[in-house]
Design a protein around this ligand. Structure first.
Ligand code: G6P
Length: 369
């Protein structure tokens, strides 16, 4: 097992560090920047289904559901296709309206999650076209869907999902860009710019990973907190949810993710000097509004950990700590802002002596209801 961990203390840390390569593996052969082409057989062969769809329904569980939420932002923003994101477990039992004008995208790392599989069967029975985004090749979901694409992240052993999440987002971004182009929703220059920026993500992830020592120091500072709040807006709202989930899963500290602007409708009541608040405040994503949310937290003595764009000055003045990530397009920023949140939860869990790779009560793949 030590050998399999490749010199890392845990599979989770190894998998966090594999992300630059995993993301490249996801877009390899698909993202042809020079030619300005995105090539994906599963989409190319079924392009009419996507173009004629009234909407896309994304079904998933856990971290994969969070990747679906990020995809909702990018599909609507760039490809102008209406999207609904559903917990597979709710979707399957709530008698949903599904027609043959719907495209369902099922996202699953393992390809074996029982609720997601059942949601797919229901969608198919009602005439929808179902597309799978899986990591495990030949898995049940990969076989049950009409078409699909693999993330090619490589085996993920740590129960808390890391590289599966970022590669799912990468793949869904490729699909959104492809559809935006075919539908004529994006200008040629904007499209080209997105492709170039996407290609640069692995090296930017690499650079984000360099903050590990700084993050360790922040982890030491807050490891004994009983609660954490994670805030983000727009593309980074799902990242806040995922950051909170990571912390809960492996450190057993209660954490909540919230859209930053919703804070005033409840969570603000919880803020005092004992509440660390992780705020994603990157440059392009409603920056000024997030800064004013940070001011509200500060006024109530909350402890602020800001995830900011390199070179940020405003948040630095207000926050107790900031963690920098390289600048990127807003739509691609979740691939970068996620990295420090993974490292933060990892180091808190290690410091609390938790079983990082196999947290209590959790399973890597949930094949029963
Ligand atoms: C379990 C795992 C999570 C995962 C979720 C969905 O809860 O512990 O890490 O996100 O299942 O799994 P899937 O394989 O469908 O992505």
């Amino acid at each position: 097992e030590q050998i399999e961990k490749g010199g890392y203390d845990h599979f989770m840390l190894k998998e966090i560090y594999e992300q630059p390569t995993a993301i490249k593996d996801t877009y390899r052969g698909r993202l042809l920047v020079k030619e300005g082409i995105i090539r994906m057989a599963g989409i190319d062969d079924n392009i009419e289904k996507f173009l004629n769809a009234n909407r896309i329904i994304i079904v998933a569980c856990g971290t994969s559901w969070h990747a679906g939420l990020v995809a909702e932002y990018i599909f609507e923003d760039i490809a102008r296709i209406p999207v609904e994101v559903e917990y597979a477990s709710e979707f399957r039992y709530r008698n949903p309206v599904i027609t043959n004008k719907d495209v369902v995208i099922a996202i699953s790392q393992s390809g074996e999650t029982a609720d997601t599989l059942a949601a797919i069967k229901l969608a198919k029975a009602n005439g929808a076209f179902v597309f799978g985004v899986c990591n495990v090749v030949g898995s049940s979901i990969a076989r049950e869907t009409h078409a699909g694409a693999y993330t090619h992240a490589g085996p993920e052993i740590g129960v808390a999902s890391t590289k599966a999440f970022t590669t799912q987002i990468t793949l869904l971004t490729l699909i959104a860009l492809k559809l935006a182009k075919v539908k004529g929703e994006i200008s040629n220059s904007d499209y080209r710019y997105h492709l170039q920026e996407l290609e640069l993500i692995p090296e930017k992830v690499e650079s984000a990973l360099k903050s590990e020592e700084h993050i360790k120091m922040i982890a030491e500072k807050y490891k004994n907190a009983r609660n954490f709040l994670y805030l983000g807006r727009g593309y980074n709202f799902p990242v806040a949810l995922e950051g909170a989930l990571k912390l809960k899963e492996i450190s057993y500290i209660h954490a909540e993710g919230y859209p930053a602007a919703e804070m005033k409708h409840g969570p603000i009541a919880l803020i005092d000097e004992n509440m660390p608040v992780v705020v994603i405040a990157t440059k392009k994503g409603h920056y000024e509004k997030v800064v004013s949310n940070i001011e509200e937290i500060k006024a109530r003595q909350g402890k602020i950990i800001g995830v900011v764009t390199e070179g940020d000055v405003n948040v630095k003045k207000l926050a107790d700590y900031v963690i920098e990530v390289p600048e990127s397009l807003e739509s691609l920023s979740p691939l970068l802002t996620t990295i420090p949140l993974q490292l933060l939860s990892y180091h808190i869990a290690v410091m609390l002596d938790r079983n990082v790779d196999q947290p209590r009560n959790l399973a890597k793949s949930v094949t029963v209801e």
